[in-house]
Design a protein. Structure first.
Length: 157
């Protein structure tokens, strides 16, 4: 099987299987979902970090890109996403009387839905690029990366 066919096949299978698993998860009772969710998020985080640090990072170091540049990029990415998460959670509230729950809530809900759809589309595009890059580096690495992405997608809330 060609590399392109492997990339397309496994990426499509990953998307379909993760949607199936997530749909099945939603069929569980709310109490079971709430009990399982922290464990699944931890598993997804570990799968992605394991794939990145144990499989992708050694290949990046072998490519001759330079350990310092790779380390700086890794730390910059971690810091950037930490700051992004803090900025998103900064406007979060748990009370009914705040500006997020005001009369314009319907417009905010529509804007949030649009942002979520665009963000998820961008996220899935990056997943596809990651899988393709891993396959082009080494087919075994592509399979491992696909499994890590599948684990993260299937267990994400």
């Amino acid at each position: 099987m060609s590399t392109l066919a492997s990339i397309v096949l496994l990426t499509a299978a990953c998307g379909a299987l993760s949607a199936l698993v997530a749909g099945g998860f939603m069929l569980l009772p709310a109490r079971s979902r709430n009990a399982l969710l922290p464990h699944l998020v931890s598993f997804a985080t570990g799968a992605l970090l394991g794939a990145a640090l144990l499989a992708l990072l050694p290949h990046a170091l072998d490519s001759g890109a330079g350990a310092h540049g790779i380390g700086i990029a890794l730390v910059a990415g971690i810091i950037a996403f930490f700051v992004l998460e803090k900025m998103v959670l900064w406007r979060h509230c748990h009370v009914d009387q705040c500006e997020a729950h005001g009369p314009e809530q319907h417009h905010r809900d529509r804007a949030s839905a649009t942002l979520i759809l665009w963000g998820d589309a961008f996220h899935n595009l990056l997943d596809g690029v990651l899988i393709a890059a891993a396959f082009l580096t080494d087919p075994h690495l592509g399979v491992v990366t696909t499994a890590a992405v599948l684990a993260a997608e299937a267990t994400a809330p």
